[in-house]
Design a protein around this ligand. Sequence first.
Ligand SMILES: *[C@@H]1O[C@H](CO)[C@@H](O)[C@H](O)[C@H]1NC(C)=O
Ligand SMILES: *[C@@H]1O[C@H](CO)[C@@H](O)[C@H](O)[C@H]1NC(C)=O
Ligand SMILES: *[C@@H]1O[C@H](CO)[C@@H](O)[C@H](O)[C@H]1NC(C)=O
Length: 215
Amino acid sequence: MSPEAWLPQPTLLLTGLSLLLSLAPTGLGMEVMAPATINALNGSSVKLSCTFNSCYKVENKQFSLNWTYQECRNCSEELFLQFRTKIMNKQLDRFGNRVEFTGNPAKYDVSFTLKNVQLEDEGTYNCYVLNPPDRHRGHASISLKVLTKEPPKHDSTVAVIVGASVGGFLAVVILVLMVVKCVRRKKQQRLNTDDQKTEEEGKTDGEGNPDEGTK
Ligand SMILES: *[C@@H]1O[C@H](CO)[C@@H](O)[C@H](O)[C@H]1NC(C)=O
Ligand SMILES: *[C@@H]1O[C@H](CO)[C@@H](O)[C@H](O)[C@H]1NC(C)=O
Ligand SMILES: *[C@@H]1O[C@H](CO)[C@@H](O)[C@H](O)[C@H]1NC(C)=O
């Protein structure tokens, strides 16, 4: 087994839970999802995963992504990877050519891989996503911890099973929430376009939806 990045199960669970909580009060912005913490072994390659959901398809011309690095909480953010019509690697001295974009915006995935992880790479990695016509910018942060040796492996079969089933459940809940939200937003937009008229009719659109192409 090659030394790869891994997530301790409790972290995964917590991430899932906080993710769910952050989804529940459906804000206006899109949701951007990333693990809160990632542990990587010194010298290994680690994928810093960041995904988002949006009610809209990704158009390369409008889509915008920024990955920034912060060495400490108070440190300024250094932009190292950007998508503006195409992916642009800023080749910061700090990372050299160790940053590789491994996401696919069309699939709502903007992850990147950091190769040959160094102790100095520890810090906060911020993922900013803007997908017009969604007007609000989404944001997630990953705290990267670099380890110099693998932690002792204790029996994790049960943890994996529990983690997987809870994860599966969360995925379903999130999917449902997303669909509900998108339907709601589209409905809201429709209400906005044919404004006053729908005040009364809107409440009774249980069956046929009143799309008469109103002007
Ligand atoms: C981390 O790995 C590098 C080689 O990739 C090695 O030179 C260095 O000593 C390692 N650091 C620690 C603290 O193990
Ligand atoms: C961060 O900066 C603020 C002022 O900008 C300062 O008050 C605070 O003490 C700093 N915190 C740390 C941990 O350095
Ligand atoms: C990325 O940064 C540029 C400025 O460097 C800014 O214009 C753009 O809105 C940012 N995009 C996101 C998604 O934060």
